[in-house]
Design a protein around this ligand. Structure first.
Ligand SMILES: Nc1nc2c(c(=O)[nH]1)N[C@H]1C(S)=C(S)[C@@H](COP(=O)(O)OP(=O)(O)OC[C@H]3O[C@@H](n4cnc5c(=O)[nH]c(N)nc54)[C@H](O)[C@@H]3O)O[C@H]1N2
Ligand SMILES: Nc1nc2c(c(=O)[nH]1)N[C@H]1C(S)=C(S)[C@@H](COP(=O)(O)OP(=O)(O)OC[C@H]3O[C@@H](n4cnc5c(=O)[nH]c(N)nc54)[C@H](O)[C@@H]3O)O[C@H]1N2
Ligand SMILES: [Mo]
Length: 799
């Protein structure tokens, strides 16, 4: 059988169906650095955790809407598609009739899968808009803080990300990168929508060959590949702002700052300068002040500032720094530092945000708009910043501030989620469980029995890209990739589009939703419209659809590889002003200052985060947990795949522990440990490493949440860090996600037989000899044979 082209968030690849129904996966032949995540695809596809039939939570099937206390605790009853679709359509209609469409929450945040047509959120949002509207969500967990801050201080957040100085320009011109959060190579394999050629690893190698220095400012040494000349400054997590202010202070104190640039291209510098030198509050933000806060010697800070001023310097900040309390401050302070250096808009100099966070930042691909599913306007205006999901469900009617406005949480009765995993992505999962117990009905489309599916009432089995036809590509992809179907749908899984079309049929708007097209006709239609537009714009001449489909891909027209962020603005700020009130980079924002927010003042400032080592909160929980992105999977996706399983320790997620911290707790490499604070606890397998700052733990996100029954706050048997993180916003300005840090304690597990990891097995599924379709919740299920969840007999993977 021939190889089928496809793409994914971790890259384009080829799939060869095997006679036994499985698949072999080959990287795209032009990909210079295929992602290690590819190793997880084949094993995930037919994994036992696939949802094979529609399923309804036993208590909901018996008691109907409003039985949420049983969510995440009760078994499921498998039902026919007809029955499941009738139940969901009935609930959507009932909730809209009784409470209005804003009572349906369809924010449905999450990455879902690559593919422009079958993209789950796009399908759901289109469906719900046509249904009459829904409460939506805004921004992202990735960048929730910067997406609100950057428009106010540089005019356009997207521009900073899309027009970031390109890697070839950096390799050629930059002599020193001061990389806050590093340039973590593990992350650059991922770009939303897809990537055909992974170029960043190659650029990092070129950087090393060019002898570019990198000052790695990060608690983890692995945030920069071995290679570039490195000075590792293992900062205390959450304290970069103090370090940045001290670097800026040093520049000013030693007369190394660029007064002309500050005067010409920024506004508000005098206000910031008064804060830096202590005139504003009596505390000069000098290196001696910052040293004990960020855990670095004052002389090292001064030396770095001098080095920065002496050469072509790029200041970069990973997105992780803003995924924390007061997350605006490190981004804004880094911008101020780059302004003081005066190199913004010069090739190789200035500021960047997200190098090493995502593969497309600084990439050289063409940034063409790709085909997309048309989205009718949502008639409902209610929305939440996406990381306020638990507050939404727990506090209907309550007011909260957001981006200078006051909003009120609507009263949500039904949650409809497709393509996201809130029991992966949200913080304080014990609190999220309480929040998810509140709505009357929770509907989830999922390929796998994730923790979110287990906390739903009605679970609809969804296909994955290998089971359907689509095309895909990412924001700076070099190709539009045809995604051929490689295998039959697993079990009774259906495409999200087919599920929603069947619901639209029941609700009376199928013609509007499908526009009478089959999925293949949609692909041809969307492609045709897009190709026509490209030709009209003179941007390219794609082949006819059939040709594209047979070829398996179309190479997008290229564009110049060199690019410098803010070059035009720097050259002539009068003619190319930024979209800020002053037209300049705002180092003091009168508009933000006027909001009077204690957690986001009018200029970058050091605000002491509540969970910092050495503070009173750290007495009982002295270790600072860094919950960063996993190297072996995409968030929770592919956790059941080979790459992720091979990385587990003692059958659990691996937590990296410094030798000093391990010794103080009698923990040896490979030991099972318990990590805990007042919000929750999880088990993990200890991996001793001296490549992180003492006092810091690393436990990446994405091990499927596996709360041990009866534990409150929850003990996760598997090692999900969101059992430990706080559900607090970055600030009252942006309401962004703060999942990156949490104070915790760690101890060797001494409790006898540890609770097994059960989440890599399906939940208890009761068979239901399905009665005739009924529009209302039916009677109780016929008692069936219960299959107990099989605990993992032994650690599933040996390191
Ligand atoms: N503590 C902490 N937490 C974090 C972060 C952190 O740094 N620290 N980072 C945050 C960030 S940046 C992000 S982006 C989020 C990510 O959070 P999510 O995007 O929610 O995580 P994923 O695991 O990608 O979830 C996608 C889900 O969609 C399902 N899926 C895949 N394809 C399809 C499909 O075609 N149809 C349907 N119906 N479902 C599909 C997958 O099985 C999976 O369960 O996590 C956030 N959480
Ligand atoms: N393999 C893989 N790649 C991914 C993803 C994935 O799940 N898997 N997810 C993708 C997504 S959705 C996103 S949004 C991006 C996220 O991109 P980022 O948010 O940048 O990624 P993280 O890995 O969470 O964090 C990067 C590094 O920042 C460091 N860091 C944490 N806190 C601090 C701090 O206070 N100060 C300093 N100086 N450093 C700190 C950590 O050591 C961490 O390794 O990654 C993308 N790439
Ligand atoms: Mo993200």
């Amino acid at each position: 059988m021939s190889d089928r082209p496809t793409t994914s968030h971790w890259g384009a690849f080829r799939v060869r169906p095997r006679p036994d129904g499985g698949v072999l996966v080959e990287p795209h032949p032009d990909d210079p650095a295929p992602s290690p995540l590819l190793a997880g695809v084949a094993g995930s596809l037919h994994h036992r955790t696939r949802v094979r039939r529609p399923a309804v939570r036993e208590g909901w099937l018996r008691g109907g809407p409003g039985t949420g206390a049983g969510r995440g605790r009760e078994p499921f009853v498998e039902v026919s598609w007809e029955r499941a679709l009738d139940l969901v359509a009935g609930e959507l209609a009932r909730v809209k009739r009784e409470f209005g469409p804003q009572a349906v929450f369809g924010g449905s945040y999450g990455w879902a899968s690559a593919g422009r047509f079958h993209h789950a959120q796009s399908q759901l949002h289109r469906f719900l808009a046509l249904f009459g509207g829904y409460t939506s969500s805004r921004n992202s967990y990735s960048l929730g803080t910067s997406l609100v801050l950057l428009p106010r201080v540089v005019g356009d957040a997207e521009a900073v990300l899309r027009a970031a100085s390109s890697w070839p320009t950096i390799v050629r011109h930059t002599r020193l990168i001061v990389a806050f959060g590093g340039v973590p190579a593990k992350n650059v394999y991922v770009t939303p929508g897809g990537v055909t050629r992974h170029t960043t690893p190659g650029f990092l190698a070129e950087l090393a060959a060019a002898g570019t220095e990198v000052a790695l400012v990060s608690p983890l040494r692995d945030d920069l590949p071995d290679g570039p000349v490195t000075d590792w400054l293992p900062v205390v997590p959450g304290t970069d702002t103090a370090l940045m202010l001290a670097l800026t202070h040093t520049l000013v104190a030693e007369g190394l700052h660029d007064r002309a640039f500050l005067a010409r291209c920024t506004s508000g510098w005098p206000v910031l300068e008064r804060y830096l030198d202590g005139r504003a509050d009596g505390t000069p933000k000098d290196a001696d002040w910052a040293a004990p806060i960020c855990g670095l010697a004052a002389e090292r800070i001064r030396a770095l500032a001098r080095r920065m001023a002496a050469t072509r310097t790029l200041v970069t900040v990973t997105w992780s720094l803003q995924r924390a309390r007061y997350g605006e401050q490190p981004v804004w302070a880094a911008l101020a530092l780059a302004c003081a250096l005066g190199q913004i808009g010069l090739p190789g100099g200035g500021f960047g945000h997200g190098y090493g966070s995502m593969g497309d930042v600084g990439d050289t691909g063409p940034a063409l708009r790709l085909p997309f599913l048309p989205q009718p306007a949502n008639p409902v205006e209610e929305f939440i910043p996406c990381a306020r999901i638990a507050d939404l469900l727990l506090h209907p009617g309550e007011e909260y501030p957001y981006d200078g406005t006051t909003r009120r949480y609507p009263d949500v009765r039904l949650v409809h989620w497709a393509g996201g995993n809130p029991f992966h992505h949200h913080q304080d999962l014990g609190r999220l469980r309480r929040a998810f117990a509140r709505p009357e009905t929770v509907v989830v489309h999922e390929p796998h029995w994730t923790a979110t599916a287990r906390h739903a009432d009605i679970v609809l089995p969804a296909t994955t890209p290998l089971e359907r036809e689509d095309f895909g590509g990412g924001r700076r992809d070099t190709h539009l990739v045809a995604m051929h179907r490689a295998v039959d749908p697993v079990g009774e899984a259906r495409d999200d589009h087919a599920i929603l079309a069947a619901l639209a049929e029941r609700l009376g708007f199928a013609p509007e939703f499908t526009e009478g097209r089959t999925p293949r006709q949609w692909l041809e239609h969307l492609y045709g419209q897009w190709a026509e537009q490209l030709r009209a714009d003179g941007a390219g001449d794609p082949p006819p659809f059939d040709r594209f489909w047979a070829d398996g891909e179309w190479q997008l027209p290229g564009q110049p590889a060199e690019r410098t962020l803010f070059a035009e603005f720097r050259a002539d700020p009068e003619r190319h002003p930024l979209a800020t009130p002053s037209g300049r980079i705002e180092l003091h924002s009168p508009a933000i200052a006027a909001l009077g927010l204690p957690d986001c003042p009018g200029h970058p400032a050091w605000l002491d985060p509540p969970e910092r080592p050495g503070t009173p909160a750290a007495r009982r929980h002295p270790l600072l947990l860094v919950a960063n992105q996993p190297a072996t999977r995409l968030h929770s996706q592919l956790d059941v795949g080979a790459a992720s399983l091979a990385d587990k320790v003692a059958g659990r997620e691996a937590v990296e522990v410094h030798p000093d911290d391990a010794a103080a707790r009698s923990v040896a490499d490979g030991d099972l440990v318990r990590i805990f604070n007042d919000r929750g606890a999880c088990l993990a397998g200890a991996r001793i490493s001296d490549r992180l700052r003492p006092g810091v733990l690393r436990l990446p996100t994405g091990a499927w949440f596996d709360p041990v029954p009866g534990t409150e706050p929850p003990l996760c048997a598997h090692g999900n860090p969101n059992a430990l993180t706080a559900d607090l916003p970055s600030s009252r300005l942006s309401q962004g996600c703060t999942g990156q840090h949490a104070l915790v304690q760690l101890e060797r597990w001494t409790g006898g037989d540890p609770p097994p990891v059960t989440v890599h097995h399906p939940p208890v599924l009761l068979p239901c000899p399905d009665p005739a379709p009924s529009p209302t919740p039916g009677p109780g299920p016929t008692p069936g044979t219960r299959t107990a969840p099989r605990p993992d007999p032994a650690p599933e993977a040996v390191r």
